[in-house]
Design a protein around this ligand. Sequence first.
Ligand SMILES: Nc1ncnc2c1ncn2[C@@H]1O[C@H](COP(=O)(O)OP(=O)(O)O)[C@@H](O)[C@H]1O
Ligand SMILES: [Mg+2]
Length: 401
Amino acid sequence: MYNIFEKEFAKDTIFLDRNLITPHYTPRELPFREPYIEKISGILSKTLRNEKPDNLFIYGKPGTGKTSVTKHVMQQLLEFAGSKNIPVVGNYVNCRNHNSKYRVLIKIVKDLYQEENFLGFSAAFVYEKLLDFARKGNQLVLVLDEIDKIKDLDELIYGLTRSNDEISNGGISIIGISNNLMFKDRLDPRTKSSLCEQEIVFPPYNAQELTEILVKRSAVAFRDGCVDDSAINLAAAIAAQESGDARTAIMLLLRAGEIADSKGNTRITDDEVKKAKSQVEEEIIFNMISTLPEQQRLVLYSIARLASQKKPMQKITGETEEGILFSGEIYDEYCKIARQFKETSISARWYREYINELEMYGLIVTTTSGKGIRGQTRLIKLACDAGKVKGLIEKELAAAA
Ligand SMILES: Nc1ncnc2c1ncn2[C@@H]1O[C@H](COP(=O)(O)OP(=O)(O)O)[C@@H](O)[C@H]1O
Ligand SMILES: [Mg+2]
């Protein structure tokens, strides 16, 4: 009998190992990040002498290697400690999936006490279990990736840092990671001073660095000779120009490879990379939207909703332009939507900050109107497809409800 998978399975592919060219894969070698690896391992090495290391806050734009570098250093630390029988224990939490103090604590104690069940227990109880674990003499290193997603972060950090005073043996330290460059400045001063005892900023990669990363990666992910040098250079150049983001660069080659496969081509050329570009841009934008803080996502949602309804605007010159919005009308719309979702709305000052940040992410562009149209006012335009953005956020809002 013919199996329906037979045909797919027999298809020729230029991938040697597709997994190695997805952003989820953590390579063992991380070129251009040696100084950061050294700095982090220097801080964490205290655990090997049973001393509590400083808490560390790592931030930088998406795709600059924060998660990969941290996972790599943790893996090395645990491997080394294990080989010497030193009680160092690590726990990695993706706060996108565990986005409250309680969820984070539950996730960690579940990993630490795998036979026990903590469902329905109070935060205080779970928290005590965590302290007990450290009290036994363990140095516990908690990695809180995308830490800005935790709603009641101040309470979590306060609880965890205060706990160290209660433990004489062992300790709990935190590595917080964030893609958001402004997050640190928004922290409550007490949380900030606890979390940011040490701080590292990851810079974007330049085109040359991205090229080298891609050359290494494609050598293991694709069959020999299947990727043109110029295609690699192009992918690196696109990613460097947009954001200096290794994830974008890797995604470009992945999608280019899929396009080549689907056409039955045996090589990735510039052409496939160019075709992959718009698809990847869309994926990156959508990924970025899903990582925005709730209120900021509602601001963006307001923009997308207005932009998809609004008639083209008449400019002083007589031309018309589509999708141009006044800052004030967006804020009004936002307040209306926030009420609808029973969220307390942010102040106008915060609103302006969120707008600045959305512009920095490239999701919107803003200009100031010349004198004339209602005095001097800020004009805002969505930089991506309004209907798509609107649809995506609506899907997320529905899922969260
Ligand atoms: N220096 C590097 N060398 C090789 N691959 C890298 C490097 N930096 C990042 N990457 C790759 O880029 C992708 C995104 O990296 P990641 O660590 O998730 O970034 P961040 O956490 O800063 O968003 C991953 O696939 C990772 O393997
Ligand atoms: Mg990350």
